[in-house]
Design a protein around this ligand. Structure first.
Ligand SMILES: [Zn+2]
Length: 273
């Protein structure tokens, strides 16, 4: 599933092709995405200067003078940027064609992604208005987590994965940052001290940034490829995630794997308390 780093890298890639340009055409082949694709609304984007691209959680915002469109990659979405057209494949659901004939192609086998019009005040849109703060470039993150954790008996892992608390901490990043900060994923959110939340916040930020930087390397290859390579999901060096049974990199005990709130969770019971 595309996580915050993939979405951020996709946004940067789109920005380099869309900002300051116009979208001339939207070609739709499949409207049945997470929400039905509404061309009457999305056509507001046409022939408008694209002022900027931004990201809120895992939504990419395409901001024009008339308003903002949101793209979400869902479970399996990806965006290809094509300087020359290519045959349409089965899951290529829509294209944006720019005024300099670059084709931005949205592909999504599972169709949980979305492309919707959010109007002039996207921050008030129902999909965005309840989102917690961004984790990156946020020096208040640790304090914010500690303040919101009061009275919360849920596990700290479920707490940091709740987008109403903080956006963009997916399963991989939650597992990795809890390992780095030495916090047991099943510990109750209200039983983690302020100091430990400060450490956890730094671990979340470092883990996400490292992944974005690795994606940036992928992106460089991708941007200069005329073949229309996709922004993919990048490989990362993981300490615990997906490593159940193998040795902990700190203490060499086996990494444990359990289901927690229905999600596979990985931790070292020797290093995390
Ligand atoms: Zn360990």
């Amino acid at each position: 599933m595309p996580e915050l780093p993939e979405v951020e890298v996709t946004k940067r890639s789109l920005k380099s092709h869309l900002q300051g340009r116009q979208i001339e055409r939207i070609n739709v082949r499949e409207k049945r995405l997470r929400w039905p694709l509404n061309l009457n609304q999305l056509n507001h984007l046409l022939n408008q200067d694209i002022l900027s691209l931004s990201r809120r959680g895992k939504y990419i915002l395409i901001n024009s003078e008339r308003g903002t469109a949101l793209i979400h990659l869902g479970m399996s979405g990806s965006i290809g940027i094509l300087k020359n057209d290519r045959p349409i494949k089965k899951h290529d659901h829509f294209d944006l064609v720019t005024d300099n004939k670059v084709i931005i192609r949205f592909t999504d086998p599972r169709r949980f992604g979305s492309f919707i019009w959010a109007g002039k005040n996207p921050e008030k849109h129902k999909l965005l208005k309840n989102l917690g703060p961004e984790p990156l470039n946020n020096d208040q993150l640790g304090l914010h987590l500690h303040n919101l954790s009061k009275g919360r008996k849920t596990s700290v892992k479920a707490f940091i994965m709740n987008a109403n608390i903080v956006v963009g901490v997916g399963n991989i990043y939650a597992s990795e940052s809890l390992f780095i900060s030495g916090i047991h994923p099943k510990r109750r959110a209200n039983a983690v001290s302020k100091n430990r939340y400060l450490k956890l916040a730094t671990a979340i930020q470092n883990t996400l940034e490292k992944s974005i930087n690795m994606g940036g390397t992928t992106l460089r290859d991708f941007t200069y490829s005329d073949a229309g390579q996709k922004v993919g999901y990048f490989k990362q060096e993981l300490n615990v995630y997906g490593r159940g049974g193998s040795q902990c990199s700190k203490c060499e005990q086996p990494i444990k794997s359990v289901l927690l709130s229905g999600r596979s969770s990985f931790y070292c019971s020797n290093c995390q308390h």
